[in-house]
Design a protein around this ligand. Sequence first.
Ligand code: SF4
Ligand code: SF4
Length: 129
Amino acid sequence: MVIHCQRCTACCRWPGEVVLSGGDIQAIAAYKNISENELIQTFTRLRQDRRGLALVEQPEGACVFLDGNACAIQPVKPHQCKDFPNGWMKALWGKVPREELQRDYPMLFNCAAVKTFLKSEPSQDSKAY
Ligand code: SF4
Ligand code: SF4
C-alpha cells in the first residue's frame, strides 16, 4: 500500500508536535543556509516530554514552516513528516481495531490521502474491520 500525499496540509496544521530526529536539524539548517544553533534557537522548542526538540508553531498552531499551502522545507522536511501517512498506515492498518484507530490517531482520518484511500479500497476497509 502506498498512499500519495495530496498536499491538503491538514497534518501541517494539526495540533501536536513535529518532532525532530536523526539528521533533521543538520539537513534543515543546511537547506536554509543557517547554522544549526540558529535553527535550534529560532525554529525549535523543547518537546513537552523534554526528550528532544520539536518545531515551533505559528500563532494559530500551524507548523512554523508551513507557507501558504506549501512546506518551505519540503526537500528536507523532518522524518516524522516524510513518514506520514504511509508509515502509520503500514504499522496500524488492519492491525488495530478501527474504533481504536479513530480514537487514538484522529489525524489519519483527516488526511485527504487516507480519505481517498478509504474510498478506493472499501473492500479492504470492511475486510480489515
Ligand atoms: S515541516 Fe513541512 S511537512 Fe512538516 S509539518 Fe512543517 S510544513 Fe508540514
Ligand atoms: S494530511 Fe495527508 S494529504 Fe494532507 S498534506 Fe498531510 S500527508 Fe498529505
